[in-house]
Design a protein around this ligand. Structure first.
Ligand code: OFO
Length: 170
């Protein structure tokens, strides 16, 4: 059985993951409008990953005898000005999510909920990759600057990304 406080905190995290999905969907739509279909594809795959993150928490709460309570999802921005700006926002957002997951781990540790700690470790590890990937693209876009040829090259590369559901799906 999960504690009331951890249940509430995970429900809030489900909302943050669903907002992440929404945010990356909005970015995908913006990139598509800008005719950068590879960037749009990358964001669409990211949105699918976020849905997976949300559902993994969703299923965990149910499995531990808790109650899933869904809240309203905030409206994301619709204009992101430039690819670099969008990826800077994505990187900042991932840092925010990492802090939030660390907070869940602090709570599970305080409550000596070892099952929750084991479950949350997956997200701690995942966030290392989430931050690194966004940060890398920010660095690449900074190097590229206004070079449209290089932007189209990166667009082609990001268009190769496909969604592979993690094998740890529960
Ligand atoms: Fe992007 O890691 Fe979930 O939110």
């Amino acid at each position: 059985m999960i504690s009331k406080s951890l249940n509430k905190a995970i429900n809030e995290q489900i909302n943050k993951e669903l907002f992440s999905e929404y945010l990356y969907l909005a970015m995908s739509a913006w990139f598509a409008k800008e005719n950068l279909d590879g960037f749009a594809n990358w964001m669409l795959v990211q949105a699918q990953e976020e849905r997976f993150h949300a559902m993994k928490f969703f299923n965990y709460v149910l499995e531990r005898g808790g109650e899933v309570e869904l809240a309203a999802i905030a409206k994301p921005d619709k204009s992101f000005k430039a690819p670099l700006n969008a990826f800077k926002m994505a990187y900042e957002h991932e840092q925010f999510i990492t802090k939030s997951i660390n907070g869940l781990m602090d709570l599970a540790t305080k409550e000596k909920d070892y099952a929750a700690k084991s479950f949350l470790q997956w997200y701690i590890d995942e966030q290392v990759e989430e931050e690194a990937t966004a940060d890398k693209i920010v660095s690449q876009l900074k190097m590229i600057g206004d070079n449209m040829h290089a932007i189209f090259m990166l667009d082609r590369e990001l268009g190769q990304r496909t969604y592979t559901p993690p094998t740890t799906a529960e």
